[in-house]
Design a protein around this ligand. Structure first.
Ligand code: AMP
Length: 291
């Protein structure tokens, strides 16, 4: 590696106290700090967030931490891909300043006993299928906000409900940070990029296209004037059921902020989907704005 490449490598920090100290020094110089929370196994979706942070902030931190508290015991925590070296290489290409990759012990040392719970929007959808998931997300995200003292944190629309939950936490707890949501990055054929896509077999990978196709259909119908959610659900279900290994966890048309379901569509809506393709659970969504 040449020294120029070496210089672009993000600085790896594993100790939360070191992260805070380094950032404090930069904040004292008036630097604007941008944070991109991730679980690693980075792809272009994550990179789009890191690039936005780079463009808008003086200092960028990408956290790379597979957070145990957001996985239920029957979920994929153990097999979740961990690719720290490749992640560092990718971030080198865009000039991220820090990669924060703490151990689970450093984040949750013996005796750790705190919890963070946001009601309302966290209880629906993912909250129903994964009842402890958002408690774990809020806990780790709040810790990351506190450790990095970031001015702004970047999240992907890919996890639309997560963004609404984090925004509600920030509002309810007066957390001094801006939350920015950026669009879903998709593969050429329309599948939303996800670290979990690598679990799909070739056949399942083809079948997974039904999520985006169903959202296209929902958009076409709603923009065409359809007001009955039930009609939109039926059309989406037809498309998803074309994939023999696909099982719908939920289809949901709701208010873009509260996510409360709308039987009759009025104004802007969020359409959210969770579908299991074989053993792999995929989520996707579309924000549909009506003039
Ligand atoms: P994860 O590593 O899955 O926890 O994701 C970290 C962040 O990247 C979250 O804010 C995600 O919403 C975001 N993200 C993941 N996939 C995509 C994607 N395809 N497009 C945009 N953002 C994404």
């Amino acid at each position: 590696m040449t020294s120029a490449e070496e210089e672009l490598k993000p600085y790896l920090v594993v100790d939360p106290h070191e992260m805070s100290e380094r950032v404090d020094a930069l904040r004292r110089q008036g630097k604007r700090i941008g944070l991109v929370p991730t679980m690693g196994a980075l792809h272009l979706g994550h990179l789009s967030l890191a690039i936005a942070a780079k463009n808008e902030c003086d200092v960028t931190i990408v956290s790379d931490f597979v957070n145990p508290t957001q996985f239920a015991p029957n979920e994929d925590f153990d097999k979740y891909p961990r690719t720290l070296d490749a992640d560092i290489d990718l971030l080198s290409k865009i000039g991220t300043d820090f990669i924060f990759a703490p151990s689970a012990n450093a984040m949750y040392p013996r005796g750790f006993d705190a919890s963070v719970r946001v009601g309302g929007v966290s209880q629906l959808l993912e909250g129903r299928f994964r009842p402890t998931h958002f408690d774990g997300v809020c806990l780790v995200v709040l810790k990351l906000f506190n450790i990095t003292r970031a001015d702004v944190a970047y999240f992907g629309q890919k996890d639309y409900q997560q963004v609404q939950v984090v925004k509600k936490m920030v509002e309810d707890l007066n957390v001094p940070i801006e939350i920015e949501m950026l669009p879903i990055i998709r593969e050429r054929d329309g599948l939303a990029m996800s670290s979990r896509n690598r679990y799909l077999s070739d056949e399942e990978r083809k079948e997974s296209l039904v999520l985006n196709k169903a959202l296209d259909k929902a958009e076409e119908l709603i923009k065409g004037g359809e007001r009955e959610s039930a009609v939109v659900y039926d059309a989406m279900r037809k498309i998803i059921e074309e994939a023999k290994d696909a099982k719908i966890d939920y289809m949901h048309i709701g208010d873009p902020k509260s996510l409360l379901e709308m039987e009759r569509i009025s104004g802007n809506v969020a359409v959210l989907l969770a579908v299991r393709v074989g053993e792999t659970r995929l989520i996707d969504n579309r924000l549909i704005e009506r003039k």
